[in-house]
Design a protein around this ligand. Structure first.
Ligand code: ZN
Length: 243
């Protein structure tokens, strides 16, 4: 791919990611995703056109609000950058494989919203989860109609298994995580989902040990982002290995 096109696709992906982050931050608080327009959470300063450019405005302002100087959450920068890169990755690597691209775009889009929501509010909102579930059902009905009922039973199996774990150890797993695993079960099948849960637990533990101080490790870590990352990598890897 021509590098100019690559940069344009990357930047388009990070602009979309930027909007999805806003959705993920506002939905759990019951706020509109349109009004008020983007503003600094601390001083209310309304962002002008140049401050709305993903990644670039963050670098230009050295990660601070132009008005009050408060540090902006690095979540914006990390998600916009990784959102743009993974958007490019899907388009470049799976252009000839519409089913895998569509599955990855579903995980990508809903994943960014759910990650922003889980990191800022410790919630995976039901409204977003319903949208994800319906989209996954439509995708499976369209792409794997012959396996539709087996996908449904995979999702139900994973959901019941994790729900039992949740009842036994409510402090270890959130209700939203249980629903997310159920949706992933429909999308990926039960074997791949169990692998994703294993991957997410390992990476969550590694992240906690590496980046959190001992005192902070007793507070819950949002598990949704690790499940999303694990399922994105599993779908991509599965498609490469099975071809
Ligand atoms: Zn401010």
């Amino acid at each position: 791919m021509d590098w100019i096109l690559f940069v344009l696709v990357f930047y388009f992906g990070s602009c979309l990611a930027s909007f999805l982050i806003l959705v993920g931050m506002r939905v759990p608080r019951g706020e509109s995703i349109v009004f008020p327009p983007s503003h600094c959470e601390a001083c209310g300063h309304r962002l002008n056109a140049t401050e709305l450019f993903p990644i670039l405005s963050f670098l230009w302002q050295k990660g601070r609000c132009r008005q009050c100087g408060i540090s902006l959450p690095s979540l914006y920068f990390v998600l916009e950058l990784s959102g743009g890169l993974s958007f490019c990755f899907i388009i470049v690597s799976f252009a000839t494989d519409p089913d895998t691209s569509l599955a990855l775009f579903l995980i990508w889009g809903f994943g960014i919203v759910l990650t922003a929501s889980d990191v800022t509010s410790f919630l995976l909102p039901n409204s977003i989860m319903r949208g994800f579930f319906l989209s996954v059902l439509l995708f499976q009905f369209h792409s794997n109609r012959s396996l539709f009922f087996s996908s449904l039973s995979s999702g139900a199996g994973v959901f019941v298994l994790l729900y039992i774990l949740y009842l036994l150890h409510p402090e270890g797993l959130g209700g939203g995580d249980v629903k997310l695993c159920g949706v992933l079960g429909v999308l990926l099948g039960y074997q791949a989902t169990l692998f994703v849960i294993f991957l997410a637990s390992l990476s969550g533990l590694a992240f906690s040990l590496r980046h959190r101080r001992t005192a902070a490790r007793t507070t819950p870590l949002p598990f949704g982002p690790f499940l999303i990352l694990g399922s994105f990598l599993t779908v991509a890897l599965e498609s490469v290995l099975l071809k």
